[in-house]
Design a protein around this ligand. Structure first.
Ligand SMILES: [Zn+2]
Length: 360
């Protein structure tokens, strides 16, 4: 798993600024619930929204958004604000939010999280006197023991303490936790805002042209976080290669080789785990494309489909016009995807899936 920086990114949460200004206003009037659950699809900007809200309420100028210039804002940005505590298990190389993040224990293993727990942070007085914030990133990763330990914090609101949980699947939280927090839903900021966020961040590299950007945004359903991840995993390039294979424009052997040659970030502890992640990405993408081909073949509007342009091209090709071939390919990809859990070569599974497309 890639390590990410423990410093929270203080970046304008495009598309969510109004909601956040409203929450900041409630906080100033003293009506903001002490614990909020920011929910919504992965990558829509919930975590950024939580950091933004904390920075707003801590900002020395007290506006409806952080000034990004005062000492407090800069400290939030650098991750050194004494009144902001971020629980981010990935930044600490952990697979889940263990109880060690929440409460101190007598003994921990060497592999366990070694930093201070939430409880120690809450025991201190506010350093700057404008409140204290606990932000839990990916709260769905909290183990049950951690959630139970966290309940105490949720049950005893303390003046000036705000708890912000960021979560993509609230169903993974215990009912006891969910009942003590107030949900705030975050939708996708929309394709235009998504494209702007991606351009502003400059994370896509200088080579990306307008068409590629648009197709990436569509692939990600307008979610900037997901778009960045898909980009890192070379998903747009993979989609184009799969399209060429399904349309019969390129030989399957060539496509298979290129799919495994693409530069990309495929997490995994060992080289073989990384190849498996890559194969999973390819097979999942192929299944999504095939599902969109079915929708396109049934008269679905390509503009509404994540793989719209590719799917309608495939639907018009000999492969797409044959119901039997589409069915055989769907069975082949599904079987290859399932067999990924067995100890088979990831390359061989992708080749097998490609072979199920049938004659070029
Ligand atoms: Zn400020």
């Amino acid at each position: 798993m890639p390590d990410r920086s423990p410093a929270p990114a203080l970046v304008r949460p495009r598309g969510h600024e109004e909601v956040l200004a409203g929450l900041a206003e409630s906080a100033r009037q003293g009506t903001l619930p002490h614990a909020l659950l920011f929910t919504g699809e992965e990558g829509v900007g919930k975590y950024r929204a939580a950091v933004w809200l904390a920075a707003t309420l801590l900002c020395e100028r007290g506006g409806s958004s952080p000034c990004l210039e005062c000492g407090s804002c800069l400290r939030v940005q650098r991750g050194s604000h004494a009144d902001v505590f971020v629980v981010d298990h990935q930044a600490h190389g952990q697979n889940a939010i263990t109880v060690d993040f929440i409460a101190a224990r007598e003994s921990r293993s060497r592999e366990a999280y070694q930093g201070p727990p939430v409880e120690a942070f809450l025991a201190l007085r506010s350093a700057e006197g404008r409140g204290k914030f606990v932000i839990v990133r990916e709260a769905e990763s909290m183990l049950e023991e951690a959630q139970n330990a966290f309940l105490k914090t949720l049950e005893e609101p303390r003046p000036g303490v705000h708890i912000l949980l960021e979560c993509s699947s609230p169903g993974s939280l215990l009912a006891t936790v969910r009942s003590r927090v107030v949900s705030v839903g975050f939708g996708s900021p929309g394709p235009d805002a998504c494209a702007r966020i991606l351009l502003e961040q400059g994370a896509l590299g200088p080579d990306m042209d307008r068409d590629e950007l648009e197709s990436l945004v569509r692939l990600a359903g307008g979610s900037p976080g997901l778009a960045l991840r898909l980009h890192a995993r070379a998903a747009p390039r993979m989609q184009a290669l799969l399209g060429a294979a399904f349309c019969g424009d390129r030989s399957r052997a060539e496509v298979a080789m290129e799919l495994f040659d693409l530069d990309g970030d495929f997490p995994g502890k060992t080289a073989s785990a990384q190849r498996r992640t890559r194969a999973r990405t390819i097979l999942d993408l192929g299944l999504e494309v095939l599902a969109d081909v079915e929708r396109a073949a049934a008269g679905g509007d390509p503009a509404q489909l994540a793989h719209g342009a590719t799917a309608s091209r495939i639907a018009a090709a000999p492969f797409g016009r044959s119901r039997e071939r589409r069915r055989a390919a769907a069975d082949g990809w599904l079987a290859a995807r399932e067999d990924l859990n067995l100890n088979l070569s990831p390359e061989a599974l992708v080749e097998r899936a490609l072979a199920s497309i049938g004659r070029p």
